[in-house]
Design a protein around this ligand. Structure first.
Ligand code: TMP
Ligand code: ASP
Length: 252
């Protein structure tokens, strides 16, 4: 275990709290049990969610690292805490879609379940006050948060994350329908994958359930759509991820 002392709260989001530590190169992230949807219009406490998302994220960040994709992750701190590098989050949510579902099917005439090949990449402005709107190229340019080459790098990273995660999830009989990631700049200016990767931020369907039965949904859509069994679904994802990944490193 690393000898570090927890400092002040830097940021509290809907699902996590981020703390400074006494070491400038270490930030501690606490995963909360709070669940929210529809820009926090819907809220609940789901006992064990924080721990499960933290455990899943740690393993997925390490998987990405093994595949040469840089992330903010440093190590897992039991049970629902991890240490990460400090990053300046880019206020752009990057969504990659392999199968049409969710907001895409509400915004254009595309049947839910339609395969998207090549995958579709959507960028959203990360700001709850504006409802995280879909960005156009011109609006992204106007925002001025990314240069053209940084944007290219961000999209390239998101596509590489998709390739890695999709292959990994397929091995554990999960279909990666879509996911959202956030990226940030480290203090030395490197763009890295940050935030979390969990059933809160990915749509995951159980490949062992045939057809489009609701039982195949193993992600936050169970909460969004009031399907019940949210914690059980996250537990099933964790069980499969745990079985397929080495135990995450502990400490610094
Ligand atoms: P969407 O279909 O609602 O646009 O969601 C696409 C993906 O992004 C889905 O896997 C859920 C994830 N997501 C988040 O992680 N946070 C959000 O605030 C939203 C709206 C979606
Ligand atoms: N994360 C968003 C919220 O809390 C929306 C979502 O994931 O559906 O409002």
């Amino acid at each position: 275990m690393t000898a570090y002392t927890l400092g002040s709260l830097l940021y509290e989001g809907k699902a996590k709290r981020v703390y400074q530590t006494d070491q400038t190169d270490l930030v501690a992230v606490e995963y909360k049990d709070d669940a929210t949807a529809f820009n926090a219009l819907k809220k609940a406490q789901l006992a064990g969610k924080g721990l499960m998302n933290c455990q899943i994220s740690a393993r997925l960040f390490e998987l990405l690292e093994r595949e040469g994709i840089v992330t903010h992750y440093l190590s897992l701190q039991e049970p629902n805490w991890m240490l990460v590098k400090p990053v300046q989050i880019v206020p752009v949510e990057v969504v990659v879609r392999n199968i049409a579902f969710g907001s895409l099917c509400k915004q254009m005439p595309i049947e839910p379940g339609t395969p998207l090949d090549p995958p579709l990449l959507d960028l959203y402005y990360k700001d709850d006050a504006y409802g995280d709107p879909l960005l156009t190229d011109a609006r992204l340019e106007r925002l001025g948060v990314l240069s053209a080459s940084q944007r290219q790098e961000l999209e390239h990273l998101a596509m590489a994350v998709n390739t890695s995660l999709r292959r990994f999830f397929a091995e554990i009989a999960l279909e990666l329908v879509d996911f959202k990631i956030e990226l940030g700049f480290t203090t030395d200016g490197q763009l890295v994958v940050a935030d979390e990767i969990s059933p809160d931020t990915c749509r995951l369907w159980d490949r062992n359930v045939s057809g489009d039965a609701q039982e195949r949904i193993l992600d936050k859509d169970r909460f969004r759509q009031d399907l019940g069994g949210v914690v059980e679904a996250y537990g099933e994802v964790l069980k499969r991820v745990q079985a397929a990944c080495p135990p995450p490193r502990l400490g610094k």
